[in-house]
Design a protein around this ligand. Structure first.
Ligand code: C5P
Length: 241
């Protein structure tokens, strides 16, 4: 049975498992849905998944697989066996690779098949980068729409895209949209180029958000987590005067 995405995943962009778990405990965030990315997983391996599971966290394992279809299928079998909840591939890997990813997840699934997301264009990329570095000569939004409609045919459950493109994805596909690049008004953009507020994410039809530094580097991370989640889930009073 396929699970639903949670509204907010906190990106555990920490160097060690101890650091991540200490942070969660210290700020009363134990049990919230989290995203484990390359930094933490490559350092700690599957043990970090087991430790987080023991503490009741739902886990989005953000490894963005992109390889030949059979390799991705076999890798997904292994990842699904860790009982993670969400996992992803790059849509640029193509349709056969996305289908193989889904197959691998079904083959390796324990009590549930993890949700499969496809990354469209990273929120750290922009039009200039597409054109100059990747020689992609189409408007970025068209590229995201194209990748989304292809992913939709391959058994993928949702896409990772910027808030700007969530609207297009929801309009043209049956996919869920998970949006990173979230910042509160006036917040530091860091390396992200296409950023938006939680309210804007909601307005554009985003189903779920990933937030890292805005929470990790906040003065009061626990409060910030709740503030961002509430801003995303509740209609602002100004919207309905
Ligand atoms: O700190 P910040 O909120 O920008 O972190 C965003 C997180 O989401 C990072 O862990 C990053 O790897 C991830 N991510 C992203 N853009 C994507 C996919 C994942 O920023 N398209």
């Amino acid at each position: 049975m396929l699970k639903k995405l949670k509204p907010l995943y906190f990106a555990l962009d920490f160097q060690t498992g101890d650091e991540a778990l200490d942070f969660l405990e210290r700020h009363h965030l134990t049990g919230i849905p989290v995203k484990v990315g390359m930094e933490l997983f490559y350092k700690e391996g599957p043990s970090i998944i087991h430790r987080l599971k023991e503490n009741g966290h739902e886990i989005f394992l953000d490894l963005k697989l992109h390889d030949i279809p059979e390799t991705v299928r076999r890798a997904m079998r292994g990842l699904a066996s860790m009982n993670i909840d969400v996992v992803n591939v790059h849509a640029q890997g193509g349709e056969e690779m996305m289908r193989s990813a889904k197959l691998g997840l079904e083959e390796g699934a324990q009590d549930h098949v993890p949700i499969l997301l496809a990354v469209t264009i990273l929120t750290s990329s922009d039009q200039k980068m597409l054109e100059e570095e990747l020689l992609i000569d189409h408007p970025l939004t068209d590229v995201v729409k194209h990748y989304g409609t292809r992913a939709d045919k391959c058994g993928v459950d949702g896409v990772v895209c910027s808030v700007e493109e969530a609207e297009i994805i929801k309009k043209h596909t049956a996919l869920a949209a998970l949006t990173p690049g979230i910042r509160l008004p006036g917040g530091e953009k860091h390396d992200q180029k296409r950023v938006a507020t939680p309210e804007k994410a909601r307005e554009n039809g985003s189903d779920a958000m990933v937030v890292g530094r805005a929470i990790r580097d906040a003065e009061k991370p626990g409060e910030m987590y709740r503030k961002i989640k509430e801003a995303f889930q509740h209609e602002s009073i100004n919207t309905h005067p």
